[in-house]
Design a protein around this ligand. Structure first.
Ligand code: C2E
Ligand code: MG
Ligand code: MG
Length: 685
């Protein structure tokens, strides 16, 4: 017994017995220690002295429990001698001893445990507040990927129906491709026991959303993954911003088409064979709008922009999904056509594009005509190197320009041999003028009845170092596109005027010089003013100069052009319509503008004796000219028969190899030293 008592006194829990009046009948050492009373004192006290919290109700229950043989654990609060009240856990039972009943109590001070519990509760509350108010979505999943918890944000995001959210897997609810992707990731987390970070793109109500998801495994003590926690952050805005940046880097802001960078990227992907297109075979087209710069100059940038947008839309409509129409800058476009096997396929697309572009553009109620020149190179047939492919397409496009624009050309090997890359020419042309590589040739114009030389057309040539003499069709389109034509044109005018002034100073009968003008010289440049200066400087009289323009200029219906023409007329310089009959043939302009002369294009004269319809057209042109009292000049006269026929039908003036090819000034002066002497019949034979 004594042994037992020693053991009881060793206990750190307070142990005491109370009799049925709740008086202490026995207390151990720990009870004295924790309550601060001596054993003697305690044995005079009752449970109520140290447990003021025991309510009457509690007491009744205790009393009753003394009846039942009660065993149980209750919590209460004890007060020590110093008045400190502390929480306790009482394990109590009822025992009988020598006919009396006692309550046996083992009392444990649970101050520390309570404090821990309180702290835990606070922490949990904190976390709960955080989780429940988090702007991120938070979900917890079991190993079968069923949702065990969803925070309010997630519940709202998923439509609010908690019953459908909890207990289901993502693929069951909400389901769909992105939910499946999410679930696959979740499975990986369980399988690989490692966290995952990824971005999930999904749709709701037709809107794109993007969420950054972090998934983390939760382990038990033996290292198994028991749960996975998934936190999702809405990064839709960031994603949109990212896309916008990407868009700006890869798309043309005006037309919305892919830009050069994206085109090159797509080509690179195709060459690498990662785009899934047929056997790494594709066509690359370069397209340049033929007369865009004139429109831009004449009607302003807004109109120009609208033409570009409209042209972009038309091109886009000509291609299939998977093809790329890109804007490379300015009026230059490119079309990437993957999987095209035959040249005919590419030709059909090019044809369609040209056809669509040729339809009138209606801008500000005004009809404009735009055409395009297309060059096509094929991968891998022409080259397997992207850089050369691009250059080849450019050469082919330039070739198309030379062939009169509004057509398409495939790259052919000889194009590189001739090295007619448009880019090379433009660079060389920029230096040509200051290096004095440009020269004027003169081709005689004669009066058919007398065969007298009445004038000469000044035709530009380029003595390009290391090249054969470059003809105007090979570089004037480029000079026009590059904006070099204004300076070059002024040089041509000055040189031609100086020449004709020299000629006429030395001879009795005056002859004329005809100078070709580009449309670009008419807009935003004071053409009339500059001609006036040139006439002054060179001593050339206005009546010695003939200005050749093309019909398309008059069709521009531009007030600046009209004003310039009027100013020229006032200076005694009416114009001559070059290449007559090849343009749009809207004859109304002939009397609306101060036109003095038409030049019947060589294409009509060429086969006139073989083709009846050509003869009919020539007759029609001559009678129109006669009716409007315009002078007519036939171009490209090569045979006496042609000359005779033309004369017989009322054509008074002619130009052509029959009478003389374009020749350098010195040669012209030699062979036409005495104009009256030059009898073409004699020379032609
Ligand atoms: P264009 O004004 O129609 O000039 C007539 C063209 O026909 C010239 O070609 C001339 O050499 C050629 N030609 C003349 N007679 C005959 C013939 O009997 N048979 C054949 N087969 N051809 C003949 P070219 O010199 O190559 O000039 C081509 C075009 O370049 C000119 O056509 C003109 O539009 C343009 N051009 C020439 N010089 C200038 C210039 O200084 N400024 C501008 N803006 N354009 C120019
Ligand atoms: Mg001409
Ligand atoms: Mg002509």
């Amino acid at each position: 017994m004594e042994l037992l008592e020693r053991a009881i006194n060793l206990s750190s829990d307070a142990i005491f017995l109370v009799d049925e009046q709740l008086r202490f009948a026995y207390v151990n050492d720990a009870a004295c220690r924790s309550l601060g009373y001596s054993r003697e004192e305690l044995l005079t006290m009752t449970l109520l002295d140290i447990d003021p919290a025991v309510s009457s109700e509690m007491l009744r229950r205790l009393e009753r429990r003394f009846d039942d043989s009660f065993t149980g654990i209750v919590e209460s609060r004890h007060r020590d001698r110093g008045g400190r009240v502390f929480p306790v856990e009482i394990s109590a039972t009822v025992a009988e001893h020598q006919g009396a009943r006692f309550g046996v109590c083992v009392v444990r001070d649970i101050t520390e445990r309570k404090r821990m519990e309180e702290r835990l509760r606070e922490r949990e509350q904190e976390f709960r507040t955080l989780v429940e108010n988090s702007p991120d979505t938070i979900a917890r999943y079991g190993p079968d990927c069923r949702r065990l918890y969803a925070n309010p944000r997630l519940v709202t995001d998923m439509g609010g129906d908690l019953a459908r959210i909890l207990g289901t897997t993502p693929s069951q609810f909400p389901g769909g491709a992105s939910a499946q992707e999410y679930e696959n990731m979740l499975r990986e987390v369980f399988e690989h026991k490692a966290p995952r970070n990824f971005e999930l793109h999904w749709q709701r109500g037709g809107q794109e959303h993007c969420t950054h998801v972090r998934m983390a495994p939760e382990f038990n003590q033996s290292g198994d993954v028991t749960h996975a926690l998934a936190v999702g952050r809405d990064i839709t805005e960031i994603d949109q911003y990212r896309r916008k940046i990407r868009h700006q880097a890869f798309y043309d802001s005006l037309t919305g088409l892919p830009n050069r960078a994206l085109l090159l990227e797509r080509i690179a992907r195709m060459v690498a064979g990662v785009s899934g297109h047929d056997a790494r075979r594709f066509g690359l087209m370069l397209l340049d709008l033929d007369n865009f710069k004139e429109i831009n100059d004449a009607l302003g940038h807004d109109a120009g922009d609208r033409v570009l947008c409209e042209a972009a839309a038309r091109m886009q409509a000509c291609v299939r999904e998977g093809d790329t129409v890109a804007r490379l800058g300015g009026d230059e476009f490119s079309v990437l056509l993957p999987g095209m096997r035959h040249g005919e396929d590419l030709a059909a697309v090019a044809d369609d594009i040209l056809l669509q572009l040729a339809k009138p553009f209606v801008i500000n109620g005004q009809e404009l005509f735009v055409t395009g020149s297309i060059g096509i190179a094929r991968y891998p047939g022409d080259s397997t190197e992207v850089g050369s492919l691009y250059k080849y397409a450019d050469s082919a496009m330039y070739h198309a320009k030379r062939l009169g624009r509004n057509n398409f050309q495939f790259y052919e090997k000889e194009l590189t041999v001739r090295s007619v890359s448009r880019m090379d020419i433009e660079a060389a042309l920029r230096k040509a003028q200051q290096n004095e590589e440009l020269v004027l040739y003169y081709q005689p114009q004669i009066e058919l009845t007398t065969r007298r030389v009445t004038g000469a057309e000044a035709l530009l040539r380029w003595r390009r170092p290391g090249h054969a003499l470059v003809m105007p069709n090979d570089f004037i389109p480029i000079a026009e596109d590059a904006g070099l034509i204004v300076d070059i044109g002024e040089w041509v005018l000055r040189t031609a005027c100086a020449t004709v002034a020299d000629w006429n100073r030395e001879r009795g009968q005056s002859i004329k010089v005809a100078v070709n003008l580009s449309t670009r010289q008419f807009v935003r440049h004071d053409l009339a003013g500059s001609i006036r200066r040139i006439l002054d400087e060179t001593g050339c009289k206005a009546e010695w100069l003939e200005l050749e323009i093309t019909e398309s200029l008059l069709l521009e219906d531009n007030s600046e052009v009209a004003a310039t023409l009027a100013a020229l007329k006032a200076m005694g310089l009416p114009v001559s319509i070059d290449d007559f009959g090849t343009g749009y043939s809207a004859l109304s302009y002939l009397h609306r503008f101060p036109v003095r002369q038409i030049k019947i294009d060589r294409s009509f004269v060429k086969d006139m004796l073989e083709q009846r319809d050509k003869r009919e057209l020539i007759k029609a042109m001559l009678s129109i000219a006669a009716a409007l009292e315009l002078e007519s000049v036939a171009e490209g006269v090569e045979t006496l028969e042609q000359a005779d026929y033309l004369l017989a039908h009322g054509c008074k003036l002619a130009q052509g190899y029959l009478f003389g090819k374009p020749m350098p000034r010195a040669v012209f002066e030699q062979s036409n030293g005495d104009a009256a002497d030059s009898d073409p019949r004699r020379r032609a034979r």
